[in-house]
Design a protein around this ligand. Structure first.
Ligand code: SAM
Length: 300
């Protein structure tokens, strides 16, 4: 299936933390995942699989976000939990470490992502499917969570409603989604700022579900969840150097960025690369990211 990522509003002021000392590739974010992310760091993006490119592009952010979302939802031993829109498994892997693989279920419509998630946590119940029609019975889980997924649901209210349905009374539903319009994902902002200088006709995208402040909380309320609270989660990714940041863009890791990059001729690709490079520090640097959080309790 085709994934789409938002072009996002362009943000100003890099907010990039230059790291003082190069220690080679920082594998913190991927090192806990067996094989895929690390293997690709040694190859060109064009030779990486979609999953490997995702891991290098978004997965390293998702891996940093996962323990924070699991903490916010109070996930601990003894619980049975669901990861909706699991992708290659950043959150599901974190959940498995807390409750055991056998107490984790996960679902994603992209077969290659579901397969990658299954490979990482083989004893979990990983299925292909969508949030809007979850294949589990009512009240099957103590918590249902989704990380960076609400924006991609075809019907976000239906998807959140399904998450509430499969969660026990008194259980927790949790969601996180990047604050895209607020510049919460600088990794994308740098790309699109330069892209718009090359092609000013790139349209502003209508904000997707979950990316505006308060949107997740409103949706949780409409789903009938109680005690709904909102907040933010922050993470960051360390890049060894500019190439570490840039390579996933050249491999089509983000479909919107990938499609734009693929539409350019070689000269414009080089121009884009040089413009983005000029906006980032030499050597290692760190990019922060901020997501909206919503938590709610299933009534009853
Ligand atoms: C940005 S990725 C996040 C993946 C994963 N949760 C993570 O944090 O790495 C968005 C995910 O949503 C999935 N997705 C798209 N439409 C969906 C839907 N209707 N229901 C559930 N997941 C969906 C995509 O296949 C993709 O894996």
């Amino acid at each position: 299936m085709a994934l789409a990522y938002p072009i996002g509003a362009l943000q100003h002021g890099p907010g990039v933390e230059k790291r003082g000392k190069s220690d080679g590739f920082n594998l913190m974010e991927v090192s806990v995942w067996p094989t895929l992310g690390q293997r690709c760091l040694r190859r060109d993006a064009a030779n990486c699989t979609a999953v490997e490119n995702y891991d290098r592009f978004m997965g390293r952010y998702a891996t940093g976000l996962a323990p924070k979302l699991a903490d916010a939802a109070g996930v601990c031993a003894g619980m049975r939990v669901l990861d909706v829109g699991c992708g290659p498994g950043a959150l599901a892997f974190e959940l498995a470490g807390r409750v055991g693989e056998g107490n984790v279920a996960a679902i994603d419509p992209a077969p290659q992502f579901a397969a990658a998630c299954r490979a990482r946590i083989p004893d979990a119940d990983v299925r292909e499917g969508v949030a809007e029609s979850l294949p589990w019975e009512d009240g099957a889980f103590d918590a249902a969570m989704c990380s960076l997924v609400v924006a991609w649901m075809n019907d976000a209210d239906q998807g959140i409603g399904e998450m509430a349905r499969v969660t026990k009374p008194g259980g927790t539903v949790a969601a996180a989604m990047w604050d895209i319009p607020g510049g919460g994902l600088q990794m994308l902002s740098f790309f699109w700022r330069a892209a718009r200088e090359i092609d000013p006709s790139i349209p502003d995208e209508q904000p997707r579900a979950g990316v505006l402040e308060g949107d997740l909380v409103e949706r949780f309320g409409r789903a009938g969840l109680r005690g709904v609270i909102g907040g933010t989660l922050e993470t960051s990714v360390d890049y060894a150097d500019f190439d570490d940041y840039w390579q996933p863009f050249t491999g089509g890791a983000g479909p919107a960025t990938g499609a734009f990059y693929a539409s350019l001729d070689d000269a414009d690709k080089a121009t884009l690369r040089n413009m983005v490079r000029a906006s980032l520090p030499e050597g290692p640097f760190t990019l922060p990211a901020r997501a909206w959080l919503a938590l709610g309790t299933v009534p009853g």
